[in-house]
Design a protein around this ligand. Structure first.
Ligand code: BMX
Ligand code: MG
Ligand code: CA
Ligand code: ZN
Length: 343
């Protein structure tokens, strides 16, 4: 019998193995460009179908409209060129941005002073016509929620909320598996939930918003204030440049036992916690995902405030810190990956 040795020498893959390897190969190649416009940075990334950040680019977010569009386009062109070398086929561009966004039109309706010259701006048209790719746009907090839903703790969850702390505070609400945008695309601006009648001034022009207590910018403001009053530095601590004192220095000081810094962080965590209790009493989600650099510092205080101040039916909520590297970018990419591959 001749077939015996032949079978032993070659190991033929089954038809099914061939097909699934093919599919894997295609999935690997398909990717999205993600753009994230924040109060400080403009970031672009190549993101694979599986949510892998293949390559990331960062620039300061320019202060003028024209320069911003110019930088977006040049960063995207660079990323498209690099994607070719990485064997990635770019299906489209997803844009995550601070501000109120009409995602149907790809228009930023208005923004706080964190992003100047960014009101009544059509982002889709210039990006799409320069790059010859379809473009999706949504608010950054909303994008963060989409990322949690597709790749993070929100997988398979019908009702959850995310709060992302960066320069400001962004939010996203998933209800019945979908984002809530509201009647004028201003829903889920969770950073501007107010928790004090006479609180610190917010970048939106109001007072007492959770963003004015607990954002990166708010902590930086407090760190600078303490430093100006010679109350920030404790033994074992130094800052190289007084202009660059920031939230990290405040956290460092608190960990070294600076009680003033601890008090600032405690107020910030409490304000955020009270804001989140308000969210629980509005949409009653089953999960809250905290993300951004400060999330792990806030998880404890937020849980404590919920235990103390939420109605008992809302108290058993799960609060977790995101395990995603870049929720806003991943969510921007998910708009492309979900819609561009829909049949
Ligand atoms: C501000 C507001 C939100 C945004 C949030 C987080 C603007 C320009 N921004 O509250 O729309 O979600 O900041 O943004 O109106 P980031 O700057 O922290 O990324
Ligand atoms: Mg951001
Ligand atoms: Ca939002
Ligand atoms: Zn505000």
């Amino acid at each position: 019998d001749m077939s015996e040795p032949l079978q032993k020498t070659f190991c033929f893959p089954t038809v099914w193995e061939c097909i699934s390897q093919d599919i894997d190969h295609i999935l690997e190649m398909q990717s999205a460009l993600a753009v994230d416009l924040g109060g400080t940075n403009l970031r672009v990334a190549i993101v694979s179908m599986k949510g892998k950040l293949v390559k990331k680019y960062t620039q300061p977010n320019p202060k003028t409209f024209e320069e911003r569009i110019e930088v977006i386009l040049s960063m995207c062109k660079q990323a498209i060129a690099d994607a070719v070398h990485q064997n990635c086929r770019v299906l489209g561009v997803g844009v995550s941005t601070g501000g109120r966004v009409n995602p149907k039109e790809g228009v930023v309706l208005d923004s706080t002073k964190l992003i100047r010259e960014w009101a009544g701006v059509n982002v889709r048209t210039p990006v799409s016509s320069a790059l010859h790719l379809p473009v999706w746009v949504d608010n950054d907090g909303n994008c963060a929620a989409l990322a949690e839903k597709k790749f993070g703790h929100g997988k398979g969850m019908e009702n959850f909320v995310t709060v992302i702390t960066g320069t400001g505070i962004g939010g996203g609400i998933i209800q019945h598996g979908e984002l809530i945008h509201g009647s004028t695309f201003c829903a889920a601006e969770l950073g501007h939930i107010m928790v004090a009648l006479e609180g610190p001034e917010c970048s939106c022009g109001s007072h007492g918003c959770i963003e004015a207590f607990a954002s990166g910018l708010a902590l930086q403001r407090e760190a600078k204030r303490l430093h100006d009053e010679d109350l920030l530095l404790v033994e074992g601590m130094s800052v190289s440049n007084k202009e660059q004192v920031n939230a990290a220095d405040l956290i460092h000081a608190a960990h070294l036992g600076n009680s003033k810094a601890e008090a600032v962080l405690h107020t910030a965590g409490t304000a955020l916690g009270v804001g989140i209790v308000n969210i629980l009493h509005t949409v009653n989600p089953s999960l809250v995902v905290l993300s951004g650099i400060l999330a792990k510092h806030y998880e404890g205080p937020v849980c404590q405030v919920i235990r103390q101040r939420a109605l008992s039916s809302a108290r058993d909520i799960r609060v977790v810190t995101s395990d995603l590297e870049e929720p806003a970018l991943l969510g921007a990419a998910s708009m492309v990956l979900d819609y561009a591959t829909r049949r």
